[in-house]
Unconditional design. Structure first.
Length: 323
């Protein structure tokens, strides 16, 4: 089965990246000032889907902690449904996630139109180490040009700035029952003007519409599904365009690139039906952010980008070919 899945926020959301409140089981200090990222990580989408498949199959309850239902009877069903492995960012061999075969990169939708993040470079040419405005003499790129935080519509001739899509919601408070270091400040987001998150999903089992939770605050999203054969079909001619965040283990060897980095760490636990879950953070890695562009990447760089394990859950997806 292949679905177009949309996630409509029902409340402000906080996607924390690798920054979370307070301490964790490994005694690491968290932060008490946290700003949401714009998107959840692809690994968070994988985790949400695995949990939802198990809930809909009757293996987990819908309680916040997702308690097992008759663990002895349901464990084998759950493992067949979503696999046993934890996602590993550094693996190249394909991991097994049960019914989940392929997750596309997250993108945005509004009234049937799809939007992707994309560096606004098409009005420029790269010459002698500088970006020059096309068809304009002695006009070069400056920081005022706001090249990076732009969104391109795949279904119409439309480009939007980031500020047209997200709106920040500030909250300052005191943790209930807190004493020392109990003050916090967080900046959540809402999506403006009917925007919602979306991705394509290939799976072997049917998935039904539901209310799901994502983010550091476990915010609620309305998950809707329609069967679809569409692809995230952006064409990139002169350079590589990252359609998703990408983990690259090789140096960024290329003729020229415009990139931004995001830090990635996920919380890990050994879920047990009798013991309390203890979470620890994975090792920090840095990802090149979706929307980045790379001109004439090296063979080694392309080999690192073409990681089958990451691509199956929506990382390391790109448009264009190495020249």
């Amino acid at each position: 089965m292949r679905y177009l899945v949309t996630l409509t926020p029902l409340e402000p959301f906080l996607f924390g990246g690798d920054t979370t409140f307070g301490k964790h089981a490994n005694k690491e200090e968290g932060s008490y000032i946290v700003k949401s990222t714009n998107y959840p990580q692809q690994s968070a989408i994988l985790g949400m889907l695995r949990r939802e498949f198990m809930v809909q199959a009757g293996c987990l309850t819908r309680k916040r902690q997702g308690e097992w239902v008759d663990v002895g009877e349901k464990k084998e069903i759950a493992e067949a449904l979503v696999g046993r492995e934890k996602f590993d960012m550094k693996k190249r061999e394909k991991q097994e996630f049960g019914t989940i075969e392929q997750i596309s990169p997250l993108f945005l939708m509004r009234r049937e139109k799809r939007y992707i993040k994309k560096v606004a470079i098409d009005d420029y040419v790269y010459e002698d180490g500088l970006l020059k405005k096309r068809d304009e003499e002695k006009k070069y790129y400056t920081d005022k040009d706001k090249m990076y935080d732009n969104y391109v519509c795949l279904d119409a001739d439309e480009v939007l700035e980031e500020k047209k899509i997200w709106e920040s919601v500030e909250q300052i408070g005191n943790k209930k029952g807190g004493a020392k270091n109990s003050l916090f400040k967080k900046s959540s987001y809402i999506l403006k003007d009917g925007f919602k998150f979306a991705f394509y999903l290939e799976c072997e089992e049917e998935l039904k519409e539901s209310i799901v939770m994502l983010g550091a605050d476990r915010s609620s999203f309305k998950m809707e599904l329609v069967e679809s054969i569409d692809e995230l079909d952006y064409e990139s001619q002169e350079y590589i365009t990252l359609l998703s965040d990408a983990y690259v283990s090789e140096p960024l060897e290329c003729k020229f690139a415009i990139t931004s980095e995001v830090s990635f760490r996920n919380l890990q636990s050994d879920k047990h039906f009798k013991k309390k879950n203890e979470f620890k953070k994975s090792e920090r890695v840095f990802l090149y952010e979706k929307g980045s562009v790379i001109f004439e990447p090296s063979i080694a760089l392309m080999r690192s980008l073409n990681n089958e394990n990451l691509q199956q859950i929506g990382y390391n997806i790109f448009a264009g070919e190495a020249k």
